[in-house]
Write a protein that binds this ligand. Structure first.
Ligand code: NAG
Ligand code: NAG
Ligand code: NAG
Ligand code: NAG
Ligand code: NAG
Ligand code: NAG
Ligand code: NAG
Ligand code: NAG
Ligand code: NAG
Ligand code: NAG
Length: 579
């Protein structure tokens, strides 16, 4: 059957990378390689260099659509090639969001923004490890899809696939269940957050592809990824999406109020932060002091000052003062009021280090933000470390700079194995890495009722995947069905990539896990429940069917025993009374 594709308003560039991919390709070494100390004279450090390669490789394993001949992940197949047919568009491609098969625009755009911003600051780290071509390839796989998902100025596809259908499927990429509906926001049913967040992704990457580094007093390096044609195409989308966010005739609102179906997976709590981020990156990409002023006025209007919460795909506020400051300190840049933004940023960072607001720490030092950390403890900590590292060189005193850098290193070390479980929370980098990530394609299983047992041994190593992380007691048990601890996701890898690019520039010593030999992870899995019973609120996800049956049996047996005991006691007291 032939499907006519509505021609897009935008010229869509063919899907190929600007930079030629390395020949032979970079392939992740086996986990044992992560125990071999690097010769200290190597520049860059081999282990950090492999780590950045693996972190990027994870995104290749998450690809949706027709895979190119350069695909490096041997166990992945082309999939969901008909996405968008329901709306007569080609919405194939892009990335699966996490351990399943839906495509979610809102967290994707945060991921892309985060990566491009990181490459503006630490791009040289990609260059030094020969990973820049893979960065380009990764970004274009996302951005080219995002352009297809933005076929008209005021239309953005915010999700492909139905979370409810997807949650009941656990299997390979050849049998992904249909239908896969395409959900859009538009002029009458807008989504200020989703449109603004997509705008930010486009303009952050436009700045990166235009080689617009923050080349002022505190400048770092930019990846050698220049392509002004691509940059200006991205900027066109950024503009249109910003206008859509601000001027939609349906007003300003969260995207799930227009498309309730997206609320199952990624409901957004607000849109003020997205507007500021979008205006700021436009201001930077175009050297526009008007957009900078507009960003400031949204920042005031939405009262974002003094925020003490998490930084993640939903909540971008903590990153804003850092970007304001970065733009303000740049000579010939469009910004101003540097010291005001330094104060804002330092209030946040100092409060976070002093456990103010929502911040606390696990006993062994992982930054923890209550409910925001419960389903993915590493992500808030890594995001905080990422922006604190970015800010450190702009700190008003040397003491603060050192304090921030020390904090950053402590979070990175924790994630890379300096924790009581002795687990580096990245798949495939060391023998103690998690073996059972919550990823349907990697698991090789196809029984949604038996995620843990079918198969027992995970079929494919999902190299480079950052997982959810330990619970708030620093416990981690590597159980596939325990998605808060073992799931993978696009946004989990992003801050680790930027922090690794930074480490490549500055670290001569190996990542912490290199000192961990096989067997250092000796945790005994708790009996019975698939999640940590010391923290049952992390177990809100449904138990696998077999565990439910087992639980029901236990409850029934225990219940019968209690009833039986009660009856026995009743008889006993009766007979005693009768005596
Ligand atoms: C720049 O990007 C465009 C759009 O993807 C592409 O067509 C072109 O080949 C790239 N230019 C170079 C020099 O690689
Ligand atoms: C794993 O990598 C190490 C170090 O590179 C190598 O010595 C070893 O032979 C490899 N093992 C397997 C099973 O491929
Ligand atoms: C490290 O590399 C240097 C330079 O290649 C070499 O001279 C030295 O022997 C190496 N050290 C070790 C321990 O392999
Ligand atoms: C990067 O590529 C160059 C040229 O092929 C090579 O000499 C160098 O060892 C590579 N570096 C890394 C870290 O892979
Ligand atoms: C890819 O296809 C092959 C051959 O049909 C299959 O064995 C494999 O499991 C598929 N991969 C995934 C992730 O489903
Ligand atoms: C606009 O988006 C809403 C929500 O997704 C949808 O119900 C409606 O059909 C869309 N309007 C048009 C003209 O496509
Ligand atoms: C779409 O947006 C672009 C960029 O903001 C603008 O130049 C163009 O005129 C708009 N097109 C339509 C049809 O509104
Ligand atoms: C700079 O700060 C002053 C005082 O807070 C404010 O009035 C002004 O609008 C700010 N300028 C910009 C461009 O944000
Ligand atoms: C940015 O714009 C300012 C004026 O607002 C100008 O002075 C400066 O030279 C411009 N910088 C660049 C890099 O174009
Ligand atoms: C990281 O390394 C770069 C270049 O080698 C240097 O300019 C910068 O000061 C270092 N940054 C930190 C935080 O040590």
């Amino acid at each position: 059957m032939k499907i006519s594709i509505i021609s897009s308003l935008f010229a869509i560039s063919p899907v190929f990378a600007q930079l030629a991919l390395p020949q032979p390709p970079y392939l992740p070494p086996n986990a044992t390689a992560g125990t071999v100390p690097t010769n200290s004279t190597n520049r860059p450090n081999t282990q950090w260099s492999n780590l950045i390669g693996n972190l990027l490789y994870f995104y290749e394993a998450q690809r949706s659509g027709k895979l190119p001949p350069t695909n490096r992940v041997p166990w992945r197949n082309s999939s969901a090639v008909d996405d968008g047919r329901d709306v007569k568009l080609d919405l194939s491609g892009g990335y699966y969001d996490a351990g399943d098969y839906i495509k979610c625009t809102y967290p994707l755009t945060f991921t892309i923004t985060s990566l491009c911003w990181g490459a503006i600051d630490n791009g040289l780290g990609y260059d030094m490890s020969n990973q820049t071509a893979y960065l380009d390839d990764m970004l274009r796989w996302g951005l080219d899809w995002l352009m297809r998902a933005h076929p008209e100025n005021s239309t953005l596809y915010v999700q492909v696939g139905d979370a409810n259908i997807d949650n009941n499927y656990w299997g390979g990429d050849n049998d992904i269940p249909q239908p896969r509906p395409s959900f859009q926001i538009n002029d009458t049913s807008p989504g200020t957050d989703a449109a603004a967040s997509a705008s930010a992704a486009f303009s952050a990457c436009a700045a990166m592809y235009a080689n617009r580094g923050f080349n002022g007093k505190y400048a770092q390096q930019t990846a050698s990824l220049r392509n002004s044609t691509y940059a200006s195409t991205l900027l066109t989308h950024a503009h249109a999406l910003y206008t859509f966010a601000v001027k939609a005739s349906g007003g300003m609102k969260t995207y799930q109020s227009s498309v309730p179906q997206v609320g199952d997976a990624y409901a957004s709590s607000s849109y003020g932060d997205d507007l500021v981020l979008a205006a700021l990156f436009l201001s930077w990409a175009e050297n526009s002091s008007d957009f900078y002023r507009e960003a400031n006025s949204y920042y005031q209007q939405f009262k974002l000052s003094g925020y003490e919460g998490v930084l993640n795909w939903d909540s971008k506020t903590p990153a804003l003062p850092v970007l304001f400051a970065q733009i303000a300190q740049s000579p010939n840049g469009p910004g101003s009021n540097l010291s005001q933004w330094q104060n804002e940023a330092e209030d946040y960072f100092d409060g976070l280090i002093d456990s103010k607001g929502g911040a606390s720490y696990t006993k062994h030092g992982l930054l923890y933000f209550g409910d925001d950390s419960r389903d993915n403890s590493l992500n808030p900590a890594l995001n905080a470390a990422m922006i604190m590292n970015r800010y450190a060189s702009m700190a008003t005193t040397d003491d603060k700079r050192v304090k921030y850098q020390t904090f950053v290193r402590s979070q990175i070390d924790y994630v890379l194995g300096k924790n009581p479980m002795s687990v580096p929370y990245i798949v495939g980098v060391n023998p103690n890495s998690p073996q059972n990530p919550h990823s349907a394609p990697a698991s090789g299983g196809d029984d949604v009722g038996n995620i843990n047992g079918d198969p027992i041994v995970t079929a494919h190593v999902l190299y480079g995947a950052v997982i959810g992380g330990p619970d708030k007691f620093d416990n981690f048990y590597d159980i596939r069905s325990d998605w808060p601890e073992t799931e993978v996701a696009l946004d989990y890898n992003a801050p680790m990539l930027t922090l690794t690019a930074m480490s490549i520039l500055n670290q001569t010593t190996d990542p912490f896990y290199v000192s961990l030999q096989d067997g250092a992870y000796a945790a005994v899995k708790p009996q019975g429940l698939p999640c940590d019973s010391a923290f049952p609120s992390a177990c809100t996800h449904p138990l696998p069917k077999k565990a439910q049956i087992a639980m029901a049996v236990v409850i029934t047996v225990v219940g019968l025993a209690i009833i039986g005991a009660g009856f026995y006691y009743f008889l006993l007291t009766r007979s005693q009374k009768a005596q």
